[in-house]
Design a binder for this molecule. Sequence first.
Ligand SMILES: Cc1cc2nc3c(=O)[nH]c(=O)nc-3n(C[C@H](O)[C@H](O)[C@H](O)COP(=O)(O)OP(=O)(O)OC[C@H]3O[C@@H](n4cnc5c(N)ncnc54)[C@H](O)[C@@H]3O)c2cc1C
Length: 387
Amino acid sequence: MATPAETSLVNATHQADLAIVGAGIVGLAHALAAARRGLRVVLFDRTEPAVGASVRNFGLVWPVGQPAGARHDRALRSREIWSEVANAAGLHIDPAGSLHLAYRADEWTVLREFAATPLGSSHGRTLLTPKETVARSATVELNGLLGALWSPTEATVDPRQAIRRLPAWLAAAHGVELHFGTTVRHIDLPNIETTAGTWQVNQAIVCSGQDFETLYPEIFAAHPITRCKLQMLRTAPQPDKWHLGPALCAGLTLAHYDAFKNLRSLPTLVARLRAEFPFHHEHGIHVLLSQTAAGELTIGDSHHYGLTVDPFDREDINTTIMASLRAFARAPDLCIAERWHGVYPKLTDGASELVVAAAPGVWIVNGLGGAGMTMSFGLAEEVVARL
Ligand SMILES: Cc1cc2nc3c(=O)[nH]c(=O)nc-3n(C[C@H](O)[C@H](O)[C@H](O)COP(=O)(O)OP(=O)(O)OC[C@H]3O[C@@H](n4cnc5c(N)ncnc54)[C@H](O)[C@@H]3O)c2cc1C
């Protein structure tokens, strides 16, 4: 039986205009967009602090990976908001851009074709010779390098720092009410039933990440959404304040992002990569390199799809990621200090996000796949404008 204190907690009723479930980047971005429009926002997360996909990623804000049009525009708007928020909240942001490196003729052909498109030739994007590439990044392996695509639109944030500090800043600067360690059990507007009592709100946005089972499981089940598990690695801080500069990737990554999807030269590259690297193909390995505020290098990743996530990480995948990294990057200390995996929801029909009305006044925003850090701030402005 509940004690009197527990009973009064459970019966407590609180009020706000909008409830947000989930304090990952999607929930935080919606809290900001709503608060900027003057709404009183209450934000819930089951854990304290949030430990979902948003603290487990590279921190790469990566417009260059998005296809031309609305998605690329949204990514650029997100990057703008990241800069504003980082300045206001005192967060690390490194606007160092990115380099896509080519070591094989078919990779260079894809980059040349991309650089001839409006997307690849605007926003300061340009092809570099090997000499120009190493002038931009001393990390790049010069041996065998044919050239690179330079893009200045990418920025790196520190996900662990940002996701932990943003809630406190949202509370202080925008009056967002925070309830961590609080699971939202049921929504029946105006009531939001949580493990810490019932709130009354006009509207709710459910940003529950890979939890498809607690709230509106039937709606998730009716949409083509699954989970993707990714293995990640991190070094200790690099010595002597060594700076990575542009985030780096190479040929495998060209097969991963939608920005390159419709290039005529891509199928030839993909066919060669599949034949030459069957293990990479089987485990969805492509390699990105970013750096945290403290100077650690973040390295990954692999991709395994399915609703049930294998709890066991494979060391042969980590070894392959590191071997692929060493083919294009040199850094003072590539000894691994941490390994982990993350899980993000992914739509299997190729859509870039799931924004769906779950009930009158309740929206689900999910399924941003591997681009949540890149897209959330821009998407949230669009969603909140429609409320
Ligand atoms: C390894 C990895 C690398 C990535 N790299 C990048 C990158 O570099 N750039 C990029 O743009 N994207 C990247 N992504 C993708 C990005 O991290 C995700 O798209 C994004 O974090 C998803 O955010 P989210 O808020 O939906 O989910 P989450 O961060 O998982 O947050 C969901 C939150 O909801 C809470 N929650 C769920 N249900 C409830 C409930 N009922 N009550 C209370 N709380 C609840 C959970 O506790 C959780 O904190 C990467 C992802 C991974 C896993």
